[in-house]
Design a protein. Structure first.
Length: 414
């Protein structure tokens, strides 16, 4: 559906890209094909579908029309060559690494990643894939971790919750000069703020549970690949069986092997809800970013909290890079320090509009104490590097009236 990519601007593609035509009933919304398998009209047709000689669907673990519609929409809005929907964001992160690497290979990643991703790396280590953790994603730090076993760099567009911003063009150029792939977790930014593939990244993973679906109703993920990286079989032996697919070797390997074999597929109803969520992504992010900026400015001036972290504040060390890379919007996540763990808990227990929950990217404002929850299993050094202290509060700002949010925070902090 390359014509959609060429003809549709971002907000239009959110509504129309990938919408199936000719379903027989004229459905305006993406139809939900809630079925485990598909009936064939003949044995010859089914044999051709299994052999890849004919396009079609046979079994939802392998492919489903509703899921395919979501994948196509994500491909277009990410500016990629292909997309693959997954059961969760963690499944997408796992597949993006395990699909390109095998035992004996290594990757480089920052210690400032989301805690769940750091825990995933422990599983990869047990599978024989080494993880070289660096304190920051700079060319100097990457050079220090590089050797012949490294296959890719994994990083976040915006780290959660430290809010470190990845200089995607610079790091992509360094990776490509060394024959490495750059895999970017774009969950916090979403394609509404940044499209890493267009900035030079080779693979993008998203947690569709966050801004993509937007209302906290599903768990899902997606892997998108660009169309330019050369998956050299000498450097990426795990992809040697798929080298005939050229820049789509990783996607071919995932579809025909790892994704299918691990059962990491997205459910049809989840795909439908993600399509519905995507329709308002641009509007939601516009409102959430505006709310976050106003709330951060109020917190910074209120005297009720300290070390307010938000990319839209000129005081943030990544403000200038974020301004260039995200076209004047700064995301929906902010952090602040309450002064002590007890004061942080007191705030969390007193909020009335904001909800105490561990998700982000919801239409509702969500608050959390990261140190006792999502970073509970992460070592003290890595917590500090990630900006997680005993009094840190993370806020995922929603689309409420910001005046109600400010009033809520004032009474809870007072």
């Amino acid at each position: 559906m390359s014509s959609s990519k060429a003809s549709m601007r971002f907000s239009t593609a959110l509504l129309h890209a990938g919408r199936p035509r000719g379903d027989g009933y004229g459905s305006v919304a993406v139809p939900v094909y809630q079925t485990g398998s598909f009936q064939a009209t003949s044995a010859e047709e089914l044999a051709d579908v299994f052999a890849g000689r004919r396009t079609g669907f046979c079994y939802t673990r392998v492919g489903n029309p509703t899921v395919a519609a979501f994948e196509e929409r994500m491909r277009v809005v990410e500016g990629g060559a292909a997309a693959l929907a997954c059961a969760s964001g963690m499944a997408a992160a796992f597949l993006s690494i395990a699909g390109a690497c095998q035992a004996g290979d290594a990757i480089i990643a920052p210690r400032t990643l989301y805690g769940g991703t750091l825990e995933l790396f422990g599983d990869l280590e047990r599978m024989g894939i080494s993880v070289r953790l660096v304190d920051e994603v700079s060319t100097e730090a990457l050079e220090g971790a590089l050797d012949d076993s490294v296959r890719l760099v994994f990083a976040e567009t915006i780290s959660n919750p430290r809010l470190a911003v990845l200089d995607i063009p610079a790091i992509a150029a360094w990776c490509h000069a060394h024959g490495l792939a750059l895999v970017v977790d774009n969950t916090l930014a979403s394609p509404a703020l940044a499209r890493p593939l267009e900035l030079g990244a080779d693979v993008v993973v998203e947690s569709a549970s966050k801004q993509i679906s937007g209302s906290g109703t599903v768990i899902g993920g997606v892997v998108c690949v660009g169309g330019s990286f050369r998956w050299d079989p000498a450097r990426f032996p795990a992809l040697a069986p798929w080298q005939r697919f050229g820049p789509l070797a990783l996607m071919a390997g995932l579809r025909k092997s790892l994704h299918k074999d691990t059962g990491a597929c997205m459910a049809p109803t989840t795909a439908f809800l993600c399509c519905v969520g995507l329709e308002t992504l641009s509007l939601r992010m516009e409102r959430a970013c505006a709310n976050a900026l106003e709330l951060a400015r109020w917190l910074d001036q209120s005297g009720l909290a300290s070390d307010v972290g938000y990319l839209g504040l000129a005081s943030h060390p990544c403000h200038e890079l974020a301004s260039r890379q995200f076209d004047g919007r700064f995301g929906a996540l902010l952090t602040f320090r309450a002064g002590s763990r007890e004061r942080a808990f007191r705030f969390l227990n007193r909020v009335r509009v904001a909800l105490l929950a561990s998700n982000i990217g919801d239409a509702r404002t969500l608050v959390l104490h990261p140190a006792s929850t999502i970073f509970l299993e992460v070592g003290e050094k890595d917590r500090e590097l990630a900006g997680v202290h005993e009094d840190t509060v993370r806020v995922s700002v929603g689309i409420e009236d910001v005046r109600d949010l400010i009033s809520d925070f004032e009474q809870a902090l007072g």
